[in-house]
Design a protein around this ligand. Structure first.
Ligand code: HEM
Length: 412
């Protein structure tokens, strides 16, 4: 069924936001859908059946989304922060893993982790990102044809995260294979049990690495967590391993999909590709527009802990509230011509990294990865064209492609 901006049909019947299929619709159609949500039902109750909760709220306007991100008094992440876990009733790492912890413990854990994310500490990691992106793009250009997802984008985020965590070179391929099995929903022929086994092996691996770093600390995330004390107490084993894991969950797929979408969108918009190549737009500015336009994490969510009024409707304590970044980033009240991909757009206060107390810890690194990719593309590629059909991922949370066949023509 096709949805247009003027379709008289009820929105609820047309947009099941729990169903990944909904997000496989053409981008223009999804944009029209969100436009109608913002105009007609900016605070919308979305019913669900057969779950632990009767439904959830859908916030689509920029200012409403920002207000809930900011408000960790009336809204909590401890009962889950994405629709899937919120509908299941909670997250098993709540109160221990940064993204699903609130209040004082969240502040303490976040302050600790910020040490490992300080620009001075990150500099060598960012240098690694640049070198890696440059080498991978050069190699892809030399081959002429490639699957940009598999041959380029896949190799940047996990290697970066391994640098950040301080994983020794010898363990990297083991870590990569475990994260693929633990997290990828697309591994062919993989059972749910195998994913659980891989997840447990990952946690065990970080537990052992933390023991080593306690004896011989460096400046990496594992060392910071392993040696930290809060009020004279070390972190629990669970807190250490869950937060190592959270850096992988937070930083791998999001960055990978952003890079894949960056090239996809540049191929769809030759004029913007030309502006990037000619230097007419700054790479920094282009990075922000890629983030807005792509919106790799389409939503996050919270549970209300008190009754709150938003847009004239009452959200009750206990209700699930979802915040649609993919709509907020196109809100015509905030962005001029939001439906235009403009690499020179300023200002560009998108919500792709969230906002407020849970603002993405890896934003600097995520930006550096996209920056490195755009720089490598504009340096080494004169022209890029599709080499086959892109394969979209099936998700109501992340947006992007798992395969992007391309032909890359070298810059003269
Ligand atoms: C949090 C998006 C890259 C680690 C978040 C949030 C968003 C986000 C929207 C807020 C979640 C919430 O409010 O519940 C993205 C996007 C990325 C990216 C779009 C890439 C383009 C990264 C990277 C890392 C990372 C590279 C680490 C290396 C985290 C962590 C949190 C987080 C640990 C939780 C922060 C907290 O709860 O205090 N991310 N992220 N992210 N992100 Fe990212």
């Amino acid at each position: 069924m096709t949805l247009t901006a003027t379709d008289p049909t009820d929105l609820t019947a047309l947009a099941d936001l729990t169903d990944p299929q909904t997000f496989l619709r053409p981008k223009e159609e999804l944009r029209a859908m969100w436009q109608r949500f913002r105009a007609e039902r900016p605070v919308h109750w979305h019913p669900v059946e057969g779950r632990q909760v009767p439904g959830f709220w859908v916030l689509s306007r920029y200012h409403d989304v920002m207000a809930v991100y900011r408000d960790n008094k009336n809204f909590t992440s401890e009962r889950g922060n994405v629709l899937a876990t919120l509908l299941e009733g909670g997250d098993s790492a709540a109160g221990q893993m940064l993204a699903v912890t609130d209040g004082r413990r969240h502040r303490e854990l976040r302050n600790l982790l910020l040490k490992a994310f300080a620009p001075r500490v990150l500099q060598p990691v960012v240098d690694g990102v640049r070198a890696r992106a440059d080498r991978l793009v050069r190699q892809a250009v030399a081959r002429g044809e490639c699957d940009f997802a598999r041959d380029v984008a896949e190799h940047i985020p996990m290697a970066t995260i391994a640098d950040l965590l301080g994983v020794p070179a010898a363990d990297r391929s083991y870590l990569l294979s475990l994260t693929k099995q633990a997290l990828s929903s697309e591994e062919a022929g993989q059972s749910a049990e195998e994913a659980v086994v891989a997840r447990n092996e990952l946690l065990l691996y970080f537990s052992e690495l933390a023991d080593e770093r306690r004896e011989d600390p460096r400046e990496d995330v594992v060392s910071v967590l392993a040696t930290a004390q809060i009020d004279g107490e070390p972190l629990t084993e669970q807190e250490i391993v869950f937060n190592c894991y959270s850096v992988i969950i937070g930083g791998d797929e999001t960055s990978r999909l952003s890079m894949i979408c960056a090239l996809h969108e540049l191929m769809q918009h030759p004029e913007q590709w030309r502006r990037l190549r000619s230097g007419e737009v700054e790479v920094d500015t282009a990075v922000e527009e890629v983030l807005r336009w792509v919106t790799p994490a389409m939503h996050f969510g919270r549970r209300a802990v008190a009754d709150v009024e938003i847009g004239g409707r009452t959200i009750r304590a206990g209700d699930v509230v979802t915040l649609w970044n993919s709509s907020a980033n196109y809100d015509e009240e905030v962005f001029a011509d939001p439906g235009v991909f403009d690499l020179g757009r300023t200002p560009n206060k998108h919500v792709s990294f969230g906002y407020g107390p849970h603002f993405c810890l890896g934003a600097y690194l995520g930006r550096a990865e996209i920056h490195a990719l755009l720089t490598a593309l504009r340096t080494h590629v004169a022209h890029a064209e599709p080499g086959g059909a892109a394969r979209p991922i099936h998700s109501n949370f992340l947006h992007g492609y798992s395969a992007l066949p391309v032909r890359l023509h070298p810059a003269g």
